[in-house]
Write a new protein. Structure first.
Length: 125
């Protein structure tokens, strides 16, 4: 049964990692119009027994968009303020990839559970 436990652990760690990634992607999308907001990026690290964990959350160092709006309270003397560096196209594509990875881990979790149940049914006979 240890192989089943290991497989469930791998799938579970993948679910947690992708859920964490989706949370940060959602924060990026929600703050796309927030002045001075820097996009958060998530990295993955190998843990023991093939499991995965999220690494450090880092801020994207690309330059912030300069927006001209002299009426904005954060505008400088020339009428510009720093926007965010969130690219909605990139965030939506990353969210779709994370969603698909989450679904794949969920399917793997369910398959292992079904195999374990079938083995228990065979052993009961």
């Amino acid at each position: 049964m240890t192989d089943f436990s290991d497989a469930l652990g791998v799938a579970s760690s993948g679910l947690k990692a992708q859920a964490n990634r989706l949370r940060h992607l959602s924060e990026n999308i929600a703050n796309a119009d927030t002045p001075g907001y820097r996009r958060k990026t998530v990295t993955f690290e190998d843990a023991m027994n093939g499991t995965v964990e999220t690494g450090r959350i880092t801020l994207d160092k690309t330059t912030l968009a300069r927006i001209y709006d002299p009426a904005h309270p954060m505008a400088d003397g020339a009428g510009y303020y720093d926007g965010s560096n969130v690219n909605m196209l990139v965030e939506i594509a990353d969210a779709r990839e994370a969603q698909r990875s989450y679904e794949a881990n969920l399917k793997m979790f369910d398959q292992v559970r079904q195999m374990s149940q079938s083995l228990m049914d065979l052993l009961r006979r």
